[in-house]
Design a protein. Structure first.
Length: 196
C-alpha cells in the first residue's frame, strides 16, 4: 500500500463538499445540499431501511457504493436527475473520465476495487447495486415531499418521471415501492408533480 496515494485520494474527497445539488436542506433554511452530505445521508438510510429488502444483499458493499457513488461530481459536477437525455448522456461520459482520474489517485489494488464498485453501482444490475441505487433515488423523494415538492415543483417534474426513477425498488423492496407510489400520488394531488 502507498500511504501518500491514499492520503491524496482522501484529501481530494474534501472537494465533494463544494458540489451542490438541487435538493434543499429544510433544516438549514432550505439551502442547497452538497454531494458529500447526500452521500452520508443515503448511506445511513440504506443501513436503516435494509430490513425492507426482500432480496439478499451485502450492506457493507451497499454502504461503500453509496459513499463513493457521487465522488465523480468533483470533476463532472452534478446534473439534475430529470435533465434532457442528451445532457444526461454527456454527464455519463464526464463521470467515467472523472472516475478514472479520481480512483486513479489510489494504490492499484484499491483503485481497481473502488472503480469497479462504482461501475457496478452505475449499472445497477446486481442486488447490491439495485438496493444502493434505489436508496439514492428514494432520499430525494423524501426531501421533496418534506419541501412541498421542492425541486420537482420548481422544475415541472412529472409523476411518471419520478415513478420511472424509482423503479429499482419494485423488485428489491416492494414495501418501500408501495410507500413511494403513495407519496408520488400525494405529490401529484397537491400539484407538486405534473401529470404530463
Amino acid at each position: 500500500m502507498n500511504f501518500s496515494e491514499q492520503l491524496s485520494f482522501l484529501l481530494e474527497m474534501d472537494k465533494l463538499k463544494s458540489v451542490y445539488r438541487k435538493a434543499l436542506v429544510k433544516a438549514d433554511n432550505n439551502r442547497f445540499e452538497n454531494s458529500a452530505e447526500h452521500s452520508w445521508h443515503v448511506a445511513l438510510m440504506a443501513n436503516i431501511l435494509a430490513p425492507y429488502a426482500e432480496q439478499p444483499f451485502d450492506i457493507h458493499r451497499v454502504t461503500l457504493m453509496l459513499l463513493i457513488h457521487d465522488i465523480v461530481e468533483i470533476d463532472a459536477g452534478d446534473t439534475f436527475a430529470f435533465d434532457e437525455k442528451a445532457i444526461l448522456e454527456q454527464q455519463s461520459e464526464k463521470e467515467e473520465q472523472a472516475a478514472t482520474r479520481i480512483f486513479g489517485l489510489l494504490p492499484p489494488a484499491q483503485k481497481d476495487y473502488y472503480h469497479s464498485l462504482w461501475q457496478e453501482f452505475e449499472k445497477a444490475e446486481t442486488p447490491d447495486a439495485m438496493f444502493a441505487k434505489s436508496m439514492d433515488r428514494v432520499l430525494p423523494l423524501l426531501q421533496n415531499m418534506q419541501n412541498e415538492g421542492g425541486s420537482w415543483a420548481r422544475n415541472n417534474v412529472t409523476k411518471q418521471q419520478v415513478i420511472n426513477r424509482n423503479k429499482h425498488l419494485q423488485d428489491i423492496a416492494p414495501t418501500l415501492w408501495a410507500y413511494v407510489l403513495e407519496q408520488i400520488d400525494t405529490a401529484t394531488e397537491k400539484g407538486w408533480l405534473k401529470t404530463a
